[in-house]
Design a protein around this ligand. Sequence first.
Ligand code: FEO
Length: 393
Amino acid sequence: MESYYVPEIADNVFWVGAKDWNRRLFDALVPLPEGTSYNSYLVKGTEKTVLIDTVNPGFEKEFVEKINKVTELEKLDYLIMNHAEPDHSNAIRFIMERAPKAVLVTTKKGIGMVRNYHEIPDERVKIVGDGDLLDLGGKTLRFIEAPWLHWPETMFTYLEEDKILFSCDFFGAHTAQGVYDEDIEDLIPMAKRYFGEIMMPFRKQGAKALEKIKDLEIRVIAPSHGPMYKNPERILGPHRKWTSGESEKKALVVYASMWGSTEKLVREMAETLLSKGIDVRLYNLAVSDIGDLARELVDSRAVVLGSPTVLGGMHPLAMQGAYLVKAFKPPIKYGVLLGSYGWGGGALKQAAEMLAPTKIEVVGTLQVKGAPKEEDLKEVQRIALELAEKMEE
Ligand code: FEO
């Protein structure tokens, strides 16, 4: 039998999750430079034992061995599903088959997902709502509905006596490193990247959830990805800012360029913005990690999108960049579209159409034929100065 580390995070509260050190992609989209973890927690009262969330497919064996280090799985009383996405719920059926008296706990919105994904009979499911309590004997769990973070059924579970908030995806970070937040110096940029990818489109729901827990005394935040926070304010403070829609005097410049013409335009834009005191983050989409873009989108005030025309439209990488700007719903206020073409344009018309449903005000657009000339660069400077002025507002 392999030996596993099962930290006891409070008296009779254990982390029994899994670390996926080598995972490098999530949702077939987002790079994971440091892997991730699937955190599950086991709480033992004097009367009842509870498991909170499960693990990703492929980790069932180590999961069971960890649980059995601190209790007998077959004696489990409850399995709480804070969230139905398979990285946390996939082992539900596996656990329920091995713990014959266990009852699955979920919200009214979660029950449909339980039926769809896990085929657990209704008589083994307990539906809980906001404020409901579960007495384990000396330990009390309180359920806090926090819908749309980032699926409809999401909830938090709060352990009253130990003041631990099990927040599932919210407050998460994709990293397999560390056990507690104090172990990772650069944790908040990782959490910000995760927020940008997963939670930013649900900023308003995130703000509501924060409002709901604002008076809760929290000693530890125990999310479902990344380390646990012994210093809750370290992650609460940034989340208050990120969900507020507050932005920085920062411009995210993203582009694709095939022969350097579009690149010249965006570089001219970047240099002019820098000269006006704007924090510029420039990414060539051909060599960039979209997790980095997601992180920068969280608090950028402007986006500059550059694309050559390819086959009558945008370069596919620029199209993906524009799509992410639209889909992630960042708090960006201003935009600039720059591009080049050989014999017929079309990229910027398409970019403008893609961004039309957003609230981004397009401050300037420039499309040049072939390599940029002196007057083109002057026009880029003019647009940059106008953008910089607006960003001061
Ligand atoms: Fe980590 Fe929404 O699952």
